[in-house]
Write a protein that binds this ligand. Sequence first.
Ligand SMILES: Cc1cc2nc3c(=O)[nH]c(=O)nc-3n(C[C@H](O)[C@H](O)[C@H](O)COP(=O)(O)OP(=O)(O)OC[C@H]3O[C@@H](n4cnc5c(N)ncnc54)[C@H](O)[C@@H]3O)c2cc1C
Length: 319
Amino acid sequence: MGNVLVVAEIKDGVLKKITKEMTSAAKKIAEALGGQVEVLMIGDGSEKFAPDVASVGADKVIVAKASEFHPEGYANIIAAVAKEKGSKVILMPHTGQGKDYSPRVAVKLYAGIVADIVGISMDGGKVIAKKPIYSGKAYANIKVNTDVQVFTVRPNSQEIVEKGAAGTVENTSHGFGDVKTKILSTSMTGGSKIQLTEASIIVSGGRGMRGPENFPILQELCDVIGAALGASRAAVDAGWISHSHQVGQTGKTVSPNCYIACGISGSIQHMAGMGSSKYIVAINKDPEAPIFKVATFGVVADLFEVVPALTKEFKKVLG
Ligand SMILES: Cc1cc2nc3c(=O)[nH]c(=O)nc-3n(C[C@H](O)[C@H](O)[C@H](O)COP(=O)(O)OP(=O)(O)OC[C@H]3O[C@@H](n4cnc5c(N)ncnc54)[C@H](O)[C@@H]3O)c2cc1C
């Protein structure tokens, strides 16, 4: 018997989709362990999201007070709640915030951690976590040997399964505690209108875009289909688009339902960042481009003809 603790991601007053994805995954684990799913929400007023996670299997929602994000403070709260509740498995989001506090949580609990997992299965009381390795060229299945098992979960990698549960709300008095750093200010870099790491559709442009003046044709397609705008490093290094859009080994790791690569050859380093996308559509005029080896659908053609035609058709269909 063991309970599973999920740490919710709430940003700018919005409950992020990864929370429901993790809660659904936690339900499967809790059923195998004969335990409960407890979702920890850090942030004033976050109890309003309890029905959202109850609908996907949260038995309990634990609310901690916090007026701002602080990685040390969050780690203190998570570790204290996990100890109090006797959590055996802890799922945290593999996002900017989660990557910051999750290793601290593992240290505080003397627990083994596997980061950036994309698959979960069970072996008795242990989670078998599937994780991409070697820049996404292979997968490793990893078991954590410690009593408490800690994981960070890649956004968009887990299916959301509606499964109603009680979702009773409980407040915890655990707070930031003794933190040794103070965040003086935070500033956002310019990024796409939709967060790349959370987007379910991404349209990316590479060197084949020829220049910054052509990126608006991709942005227009993004606007019509609700996609985020990505780029290869070649396009970023050329100064055509900011680094916050870069996908790949030295950019962002994404896992959308659909990744549309326009004028991108498909280098190992680019594929390290988007190889786990569910559907990959490649538009490239070179039939030998490596991207076609991983593409679900390939279009061998000039992107300057295909992209505007796609936008036009989607506009007709979607309005
Ligand atoms: C340590 C390291 C880290 C790296 N990290 C990253 C990373 O995070 N992300 C990343 O992307 N790269 C990364 N790279 C760079 C990577 O190796 C490639 O150089 C880069 O991905 C190439 O970008 P590209 O596909 O846009 O350009 P290219 O490889 O030049 O490909 C351009 C493609 O566009 C096609 N094309 C041209 N014109 C058209 C047209 N009109 N219509 C259709 N297709 C057209 C061409 O056929 C070609 O296939 C890294 C490299 C190193 C060494």
